[in-house]
Design a protein around this ligand. Structure first.
Ligand SMILES: [Zn+2]
Length: 254
C-alpha cells in the first residue's frame, strides 16, 4: 500500500523550541485541520472542515505562547484528527471516527484494515515515536519532564451550552492536576473544573498514559473552551493564566 503523505507534505510531527530548558513538554495532538492531499475532503463540507471536529481551534496558538513563557518544547501533529486522532490508540474506533458529534465523516466510513494501518503508519506511529524519543532523551539527560497536553472544546455540544471554561484532566496520576486545581481555586478567573468536559472514561487520556504514566512522569491534560481563545487577545490571556497555574504548581510536585 502506498503511503498517504507525499514527500512534499513533510513530517507529520512538528517539534518547536527543541532546545528548551524548562521542565514541561507541551503536546498538541489536535493542532491542525490540514488534510493529506491523497484523502481529499473526506466528503465533508468547508464548514465541517473548519469546525472543532477537524481540530482544536486556538489550541496551537495558546501552546506556542506557553512554550515561550515556560521555555518548553512543543510537540504537535501537523494533520487533522479526522485522519488519525493521535490521542487514541489504533484499535480505538475513535482514532478514525465515522461520526464526530453531529457530523458523519463519509471518508472514514467502513475503512478496511489496510486503510486503517496506512493512516496509523502515516500519522500516529511517527507522532508516538517523536514524542517518545524526546521524553526518553530528557530522562537520559537526568531531567525527567512533565507532560502537559493542550486541547480546546466547543462551547455548544449536541446543542447544549457548556458552562465549564477550563478543564484540568487527569488519569491515575493526580499530582499535577491537584496542584493546578488548588491554584485555580485561589484565582477564580475562569470556571475551572476537574475532568470536565471529558474525563478518563471518555478515552481522552491516551497520551497521558503512554508518555506520562508509563514513565512515572507527572502529567495533565488541559481543555480550554474554544470561544475564549478565538483571537490573539483571548489566547494571550488564557496562556498567561495557564502558565501561572503551572509555574505555581510545578515546584509543589516531585
Ligand atoms: Zn483535543
Amino acid at each position: 500500500m502506498m503511503g498517504i503523505l507525499t514527500g512534499e507534505e513533510g513530517d507529520p510531527v512538528a517539534l518547536e523550541n527543541s532546545a528548551a530548558r524548562g521542565r514541561v513538554i507541551l503536546v498538541c495532538e489536535h493542532a491542525s485541520r490540514l488534510l493529506p492531499k491523497a484523502l481529499g475532503t473526506l466528503g465533508l463540507t468547508e464548514e465541517a472542515l473548519a469546525s472543532h471536529i477537524a481540530w482544536d481551534p486556538g489550541a496551537l496558538a495558546v501552546s506556542r505562547l506557553m512554550a515561550r513563557s515556560l521555555d518548553a518544547t512543543l510537540v504537535f501533529q501537523r494533520f487533522s484528527r479526522l485522519v488519525y486522532d493521535c490521542n487514541r490508540p489504533p484499535e480505538s474506533p475513535a482514532a478514525m471516527p465515522e461520526k464526530s458529534e453531529v457530523f458523519e465523516v463519509p471518508g472514514n466510513a467502513g475503512l478496511d484494515q489496510a486503510a486503517r494501518d496506512a493512516r496509523t503508519e502515516a500519522l500516529y506511529l511517527p507522532f508516538r515515536k517523536g514524542l517518545g524519543r524526546l521524553v526518553e532523551n530528557r530522562i537520559a539527560e537526568g531531567r525527567p519532564p512533565v507532560i502537559v497536553t493542550m486541547h480546546s472544546f466547543t462551547p455548544v455540544y449536541f446543542g447544549k451550552p457548556r458552562a465549564v471554561e477550563i478543564g484540568i484532566l487527569h488519569d491515575a496520576d493526580t499530582r499535577l492536576a491537584d496542584a493546578m486545581l488548588a491554584a485555580a481555586g485561589e484565582k477564580s478567573l475562569y470556571d475551572t473544573r476537574r475532568n470536565e468536559p471529558y474525563g478518563p472514561e471518555d478515552g481522552v487520556t491516551h497520551t497521558l498514559k503512554e508518555h506520562g504514566l508509563a514513565n512515572g512522569l507527572p502529567n495533565v491534560m488541559i481543555e480550554v473552551r474554544n470561544d475564549l481563545i478565538k483571537d490573539e487577545a483571548g489566547q494571550g490571556v488564557v496562556a498567561d493564566y495557564l502558565t501561572g497555574l503551572l509555574l505555581e504548581s510545578l515546584p509543589k510536585i516531585q
